[in-house]
Design a protein around this ligand. Sequence first.
Ligand code: AN0
Ligand code: CP
Length: 320
Amino acid sequence: MKKFFHVNDLGDLGAALEEARQVKATPFAWKHLGLDKTIMLVFFNSSLRTRLSSQKAALNLGMNPIVLNIGQDSWKLETEMGVVMDGDKSEHLREAIPVMTSYCDLIGIRSFAGLKDREFDYNESVLRQFIEYGGKPVISLESATVHPCQAFADLITIEEYKEKKRPKVVMTWAPHPNSLPQAVPNSFAEWMNAADVDFVITHPRGYELDPAFVGNARVEYDQMKALEGADFVYAKNWSCPGVTDPAQYGKVLSKDRSWTVDERHMAVTDNAFFMHCLPVRRNMIVSDAVIDSPRSIVIPEAANRTVSAQVVMKRMLESL
Ligand code: AN0
Ligand code: CP
């Protein structure tokens, strides 16, 4: 495996889930694979889970992780081509990428959407440069449009907790004070469409996700109706994807707290499990009562981030 951005990169999803079960059961069984191998984890943005779970996954495989925080530990990097570099950016990705990849065997990148220029973000312009100029296998650790390590961990978690063969999974938009990327909901939709689940998306009008990710998923604008009979409630905020009006891209169109997932919402589900990728803002995205309830599985969900990252790194090491 040379890149990990989309669900298709894993090939057969059932086989990948079986591999995840094995990795979780015996995490140190492939330590030989990473001997004398190095993974570089490059962060343009903050992270708790991705940073730690990626390092842990690499260590489980016997690999050496090197973590770089761009702009804090390193020079600030320019990402756009053709600009006169007279601002605060000291170095261009064009040089920084091949330099970084000369020191490693695999590379993971966290580079959030800028949420200013839809075309730049939806072309995955930063990640593309890592592929073009890096020449090493690339993992998206949340890039402009996708967060595949999260979505894979989410699917692993749903497989572990499901009480029905084909559970109903509802992804609901929830309010947040800031403008957040669409990477998490995009990937979750992509992965749920590929999985054997009954998938429904609910959000206020104007928050329609890119059709490339929504696929044939059902979209229901009435949140309570969408949640009826749900087995899993997956809450997430995202900013306006700008599908119908690119001028609205990245805007916060609503802060309607009636969308905050609380006991009233959970009451219409089939005793659903509550999920969120974290970090989560309590009493904005979800009420204290729901996230603290026994049906909240946000912590095991986060723990599975090590498992998803390890499967991906294992496959990349196997194909070096
Ligand atoms: C980020 C986002 O919504 O994409 C990271 C989530 C994993 N969240 C925040 O910036 C709060
Ligand atoms: N869920 C997730 O990716 O968390 P971090 O932003 O803390 O890495």
